[in-house]
Structure formats: structure tokens, C-alpha cells
Write a protein that binds this ligand. Structure first.
Ligand code: CA2
Length: 146
């Protein structure tokens, strides 16, 4: 059975509590439960992790190498700044689907740049929490083709 790491970055632990106009009212715990449900239906396993610290996210990516078949990554604001995350993804040689709740291309210009995109299989953004389910499907389809 394929195993996927669902990795969420800084401030995403606050989902559902603030800025609900942008990020919605669904909590991270709700999203993680939805991912587990989706995995059950899709016949895969998911492990969910969140960190507000760049180095911890780097370590989670390293540790995924021998534990998971792919990573679904919402790197939050580190998406737009982190060469360290980009290098970590390149180094583990695991497929990554980049994910965002909001449509980063329709927001401020600084959000248009992604350091994750060049090392990801693809990017899903703008579909809110439903994007996590889409990302699981996209990753499983990618792994089947590989
Ligand atoms: O749309 C996304 O998923 C983002 O990755 C979210 C990041 C943002 O910096 C990216 O540009 C796009 C921000 C996550 C902040 O989450 C909060 C949730 C609730 C309250 C405050 C922040």
C-alpha cells in the first residue's frame, strides 16, 4: 500500500480560527481527518504533520525518504522564500505535489514566486480544503504511472 506524507507549514495550525475570509472556517484537524478518509477510500495510507519551523520541515522531508512514497506539501509562506525546502525536496528524490488553499497567482505578487514549483510534480491551488483530496488523487495517479 502506498504511503503519503501530508506536510503543512507555518501558521496552518491556525486554520479555521482567523482570516476565515481567505482561508475558510475548516480547521487543520478537519482537513487531516478528511485526508485520512480519502486515503481509506483510495486504498493508501497518509501520515499528517505540521510545523511552524523551516528546519523541522526540512527534517520531515528527509525522514520521508524511507517511510513514504510521496509528499503533499503546503509549505505556507516558506513556499515563497525557502531555498532550504527546495534543496531538501531535490535531495530526497520523492515526488512532491505542491498545494495551497488559496490561488497564490491571484494574490499579492510576492506569492506568485514558488521555490517548490520547480522541484514538484505539479501544483494545486485555489480549491480550499478540497485541494488536499485532489492532491492525494494526483499523487496516486502519478505513482501509478511511475
Ligand atoms: O494558500 C495557502 O495554502 C498558503 O500556502 C497559505 C500561507 C500563505 O503564506 C501562502 O502564500 C499560501 C499562509 C498560511 C496562513 O494560515 C493562516 C490560517 C489562519 C489564520 C492565519 C493564517
Amino acid at each position: 500500500m502506498k504511503s503519503l506524507l501530508i506536510l503543512n507549514g507555518p501558521n496552518l495550525n491556525l486554520l479555521g480560527t482567523r482570516q476565515t475570509d481567505i482561508y475558510g472556517k475548516v480547521s487543520l484537524a478537519d482537513i487531516e481527518a478528511m485526508c485520512v478518509q480519502k486515503a481509506t477510500v483510495s486504498g493508501c495510507k497518509v501520515i499528517c504533520q505540521q510545523s511552524n519551523f523551516e528546519g523541522e520541515l526540512v527534517e520531515a522531508i528527509h525522514a520521508a525518504r524511507n517511510r513514504h512514497d510521496g509528499i503533499i506539501l503546503n509549505a505556507g509562506a516558506y513556499t515563497h522564500t525557502s531555498v532550504a525546502l527546495m534543496d531538501a525536496i531535490s535531495s530526497v528524490e520523492l515526488p512532491v505535489v505542491e498545494l495551497h488553499l488559496s490561488n497564490i497567482h491571484a494574490r499579492e505578487e510576492f506569492r506568485h514566486k514558488s521555490f517548490i514549483a520547480p522541484v514538484a510534480v505539479g501544483q494545486i491551488c485555489g480549491f480550499g480544503p478540497a485541494g488536499y483530496g485532489l492532491a492525494i488523487e494526483a499523487m496516486l495517479s502519478h505513482l501509478e504511472q511511475a
